[in-house]
Ligand binder design. Sequence first.
Ligand code: NAP
Ligand code: ZN
Ligand code: ZN
Length: 351
Amino acid sequence: MQTKAYAAQKAKAPLAPIAIERREPGPKDVALDILYCGVCHSDLHTARGEWPGILYPCVPGHEIIGRVTKTGNDVKSFKEGDIVGVGCMIESCRTCEPCQHDLEQYCEGPNGFTGTYNGAAKGGLPNTFGGYSKHIVVDEHFVLRIRHKEQQLAAAAPLLCAGITTWSPLKHWKVGPGQKVGIVGIGGLGHMGVKLAHALGAHVVAFTTSPSKKSAALELGADEVVVSKNRDEMNAHAGSFDFILDTVAASHDLDAFTRLLKRDGALVLVGVPEDPHPSPSVGTLIFGRKSIGGSLIGGIAETQEMLDFCAERDITCDIEMIAMADIDNAYDRQLKSDVKYRFVIDMATLT
Ligand code: NAP
Ligand code: ZN
Ligand code: ZN
């Protein structure tokens, strides 16, 4: 079946309307009408060809909230009318060791997991197309239940990527009460990192390059805010952090942050810049047994756990709603860190 969407036809080209094919729902599929889709910086990296291996046309979008329109005969967990979410993955091999342990994002099957966009599509269709569209069909295993209130649905959409990508490392590195935790880059991911680390009981320090975000970061739940370009402010925190989560979407000096870790502390990277970070100083790491790690989104069960945690505590994202046609302007503003903190597309504007 055909559905309306917005696509980049090549790197650097503005996004424009396109008609795409969706498969007919199979026995295990859930079909949904998309209500809202968040705008992740990964959408921008992908649409504009900043990462290798991008397939065009490219329909980005992996922070999807929708209403179920149809379910296959074998679907057990969802029915028509349910409000559901779809995040960054829509398929994986289901049999490898990571898949068996609810870590589909680290699938070791022949092609790894299938991305909601820029992946290999089923049923003879071309590459997968994401949430900048009216309609999508997804296997039930990769569909999430949304328990937020009706009026919170747009602001819940970015939980599907920004929420889980920050939640998963915070949980894996056991962030909690009594710990001092840094969140670097207060954008879509970072502002959720602040909210979630605060909700998990840590003492949270937000690192921003934007002095204008200082008071806003305190309102998000940060206990302190550091302007990372200010050497004195940075030095005041030397050797004091248990854990720092770095969400920055651009190449930067990592030593500035490993220096702030305590012995055995970890700097975990989730940002994926177009150009590599400068090589970090080994000396800063070995004098203190510090580590630098990385983390990729989160598994489906863990995503549901995060969504339910947020729904119970009324945690949502701080969003600015846009019309589908404003997407390129939104990308340009995102590059200037001019959004508090996530754009969400109202899919009713795609007509
Ligand atoms: P975003 O909303 O654009 O936020 C990134 C933030 O980084 C900005 O708000 C800004 O915060 C800071 N920043 C930007 N340029 C900077 C620079 N040159 N130097 C220092 N700080 C800078 O992006 P996002 O959607 O949160 O995504 C962040 C990154 O994570 C992207 O690379 C994205 O592709 C990646 N990502 C990874 C995963 C994963 O699974 N690992 C999942 C989703 C996204 P301040 O204004 O506060 O400085
Ligand atoms: Zn994303
Ligand atoms: Zn697998």
